[in-house]
Ligand binder design. Sequence first.
Ligand SMILES: [Zn+2]
Length: 227
Amino acid sequence: MKKKQKKSFNKIFILIILFIAIIGFYKSGNIDIKVYAEAANNTVNEETNMKDYIILVNKDNPLPDDYKVELEEYDNHLVSKDIISDLDDMYKNAKKDGVNLNINTSYRDKKEQQEILDRRIKLYVQEGLNKKDTEEKALTEVQLPGCSEHETGLAIDFSNPNKPEDNEPMWNWLRENSYKFGFILRYPKDKIDITNVTNEEWHFRYVGKEVAKEMKEKNICLEEYLN
Ligand SMILES: [Zn+2]
């Protein structure tokens, strides 16, 4: 009996040491990853008890100032940690079909968003557009800071600047398959009048598998889904 007790004590001891070692390894491996908050703001759906990822972010619906997202690195880019597992699944399944997914942009903060908008406006000014047209045109392509989905960590621009020939197959595959992993093409060509955003073949947004499937089947965009 005593021997048995000692054995199980040893087992527990080893488990505790293992646990500490795993935590230590995890922490040291993530040291350079920016974690902005303990929990994301995504609400929990009472019916399914799952997190909702259907937050609408556009020029009329800016993110709340206190919106926080816990970020983690995937493929050298920061995304919401909540989407990592589905994103990884999607990468692996695309690979099986001979498609190499590549993230060009994912999370960016308000400051980066402002810089992108400023650059775009400057470009159009250089092209000779007047101020009003410049801003209007730029804002159909670049969202105001606080109004970009990229600030949620749930949006990803897929493209490969180093291998542009990969882009077309990548976008075709994503358009057909990304819903299985909870992602939707956010600004489809036939919904420009609703989203007010030009067709961005590369911009995919995580909404969760159930919602993505429903949107795909009904061919509706997020604005339509939420209405
Ligand atoms: Zn984008």
